[in-house]
Design a protein around this ligand. Structure first.
Ligand code: NAP
Length: 247
């Protein structure tokens, strides 16, 4: 960290992988804005834990798929904690369904949260990072975004692949501003999102994919936002122990 406290925004930071990232960044000395859309009590629990451990944190409600709310998230984090120079775009959701039957509104929602929401938050946070001459952006992509797509996940796969393209483009834009942009691709982390892949999704994944703890994703994010990762940018880092076996 180099001494000074940095402010981090973790979208969807109150549950699942995001909660592990919020806790990890706080333990390493960041003040953390824990964003949530509907899970207020989970986000407040994470904030309470951070504050009880002597850190600074705030829970901020915002649906990141709304550009105005994404802007308000960054404004509110700045007002309470100071200008964020670390942004972890973790918020995500999935609505599984075949391309033949999935309603276009569902497509729009999945793209809106996973892809557009990540852009809106980065767009809102980048001016502060330019001012600071330092910044870290991490997008939570997925093996579904190109390397290991599954049927019935066109929208989710497109969104997660979109994040990789955005990572590479944005990383080049900001390379000379002291800002890095990377994507992390978790393998199978057993969280609530898994159930949205269908009735037997968890059992099917568990049959072939190594189970990865959320803390391991948080550790990878920690590396990328820390000084050690300072020259890593435009990359997609898989955290999946090589992926599925026996398929
Ligand atoms: P999760 O437990 O279902 O958590 C999803 C998080 O996203 C929640 O904190 C939720 O907030 C937040 N969120 C959803 N919609 C939002 C919105 N419109 N605005 C703001 N926040 C929103 O899932 P997870 O496994 O931790 O997933 C975290 C990220 O990792 C996602 O981007 C996911 O696609 C990615 N990922 C996960 C896996 C895995 O195996 N679990 C694998 C690859 C990639 P609320 O509590 O307010 O609902």
């Amino acid at each position: 960290m180099g001494g000074a406290e940095r402010v981090a925004v973790v979208t969807g930071g109150g549950r699942g992988i995001g909660a592990a990232i919020s806790r990890r960044l706080a333990a390493e000395g960041h003040a953390v804005a824990v964003n949530y859309a509907s899970g207020e009590s989970a986000a407040r629990t994470v904030v309470s834990e951070i504050v009880a451990a002597g850190g600074r944190a705030v829970a901020v409600r915002a649906d990141v798929s709304d550009a105005v709310q994404a802007e308000t998230l960054i404004t509110e984090a700045t007002r309470v904690l100071g200008p964020p120079t670390v942004l972890v775009n973790n918020a995500g959701m999935n609505l599984a369904g075949s391309a033949r039957t999935q309603h276009p509104h569902e497509w729009d929602r999945v793209i809106g949260v996973n892809l557009s929401g990540a852009f809106y938050c980065a767009h809102a946070a980048l001016p502060g990072m330019y001012d600071a001459g330092w910044g870290r952006i991490v997008f939570l992509s997925s093996p579904s975004g190109g390397r290991r797509p599954s049927p019935g996940m066109s929208a989710y796969s497109a969104a997660k692949a979109g994040l990789v393209g955005m990572t590479r483009s944005m990383a080049q834009e900001v390379a000379r501003r002291g800002i890095t942009v990377n994507a992390v691709m978790p393998g199978f982390v057993e969280t609530d999102i898994i159930a949205s892949g269908g009735e037997n999704a968890a059992a099917n994944l568990a049959a072939h994919w190594p189970r990865i703890p959320a803390e391991s994703i948080a550790a990878t994010v920690s590396f990328l936002v820390g000084e050690g990762g300072g020259h890593v940018s435009g990359e997609e880092v898989g955290v999946w122990l090589g992926g599925p076996v026996g398929v």
